[in-house]
Design a protein. Structure first.
Length: 335
């Protein structure tokens, strides 16, 4: 099979897994979100360590803690990915998947804005227009529904800040993600111990301490590690075989499938305000993609092995995402 075709298949697989993941998390709606998150953390750690071991890269974990600066950045990234993971799981469980999909639609535009505010990146006119459309769409939803789309903004901002931190880390992407989960694992273990031994986390209509008590739920919880790791591997494989504009455009399949899950599978209502706001977001993403494609076409072709703009580790949050940007390396940072 030609490399490009294999890359397209791998990328489609990654986006389909991420996009249809609400169906999986919905099956765990009977388990408190914090408990699901703890299991996802632990099973992801096992998965990521296995991947690093197969690649002979376990030693790369040390680089995430080689200096105080790297360790602090890794810890901050771990906190943000926890917020993002929890927010997405919680949104699906309470019937707000559409709001979550909106968050991942506007995430690329939030990232562009953060690049301008925090890293001094210059925005081109089409990028400014795309950001303005996203801001207007959020304002329309807020005014029309009478409530700020908090989940959308929380997911977009937490993931955007996560990307900002990742640009400053020098650690190997896969090792960096694994290091984050290593830091989170003791907290996850402590929480599950409290859940099983002290009855923490119980909620009306939710089955606390599900692992071991319900075979079906136990299996689903254990699969969360593979669900997090497999699309990351597929994305990494695809990023080496297809062009960055193609990669970036294909990532929008993820929130689109989430949107379809919300409307078709979960029956979440589409109001007039959603019907106005979502096309504005889509128009902003179209402008953003067009601008990125034009910038890519006019830029020098990167040599093999050079730093590209594909933020492989930023998509390891698993719920998303349109995490590809057409600009300079996030792995070496911009400072």
């Amino acid at each position: 099979m030609p490399p490009r075709a294999a890359g397209l298949i791998a990328m489609t697989g990654a986006c389909v897994i991420w996009g249809l993941s609400p169906l999986y998390w919905k099956l765990l709606a009977a388990v408190p979100a914090a408990e699901v998150l703890a299991h996802r953390t632990l099973w992801s750690l096992i998965t990521f360590l296995g991947i690093l071991a197969l690649r002979g890269r376990l030693g790369a974990l040390r680089s995430a803690f080689a200096s105080r600066r790297e360790a602090l950045l890794t810890a901050a990234a771990a906190a943000l990915v926890t917020v993002n993971w929890f927010g997405f799981i919680y949104a699906v469980q309470i019937g707000r998947t559409m709001e979550a999909s909106l968050g991942y639609y506007i995430f690329p535009l939030v990232t562009v804005l953060f690049g301008y505010l925090l890293d001094g990146d210059r925005l081109r006119p089409l990028q400014w227009l795309a950001v303005a459309l996203a801001a207007t769409a959020v304002a329309v939803l807020t005014a029309g529904l009478g409530v700020v789309p908090r989940i959308s903004l929380m997911l977009a901002v937490s993931f955007g800040l996560y990307g900002v931190l990742k640009r400053r880390l020098k650690t190997d992407p896969m090792a960096s993600v694994t290091a984050e989960v290593v830091l989170l694992a003791p907290i996850a273990l402590a929480w599950l111990a409290a859940v099983h031994l002290a009855g923490w986390g119980a909620a009306p209509g939710r089955e606390a301490a599900a692992f071991g008590a319900d075979p079906g739920l136990s299996l689903l919880l254990a699969v969360s590690g593979v669900l997090t790791g497999l699309p990351l591997i597929l994305f990494s494989y695809a990023s080496q075989r297809i062009t960055l504009p193609t990669l970036g455009l294909m990532t929008y399949l993820n929130p689109t499938l989430q949107f379809l899950c919300a409307t078709l599978a979960f029956g979440e209502p589409v109001t007039l305000w959603h019907a106005i706001a979502f096309p504005m977001i889509w128009a902003g993403l179209a402008l953003y993609s067009l601008d990125g494609w034009r910038a890519w076409r006019s830029a020098p072709i990167a040599a093999p092995g050079s730093d590209t703009a594909v933020t492989v580790d930023s998509v390891a949050s698993g719920a998303s995402s349109s995490a590809t940007t057409w600009r300079s390396s996030p792995s070496k940072g911009s400072q």
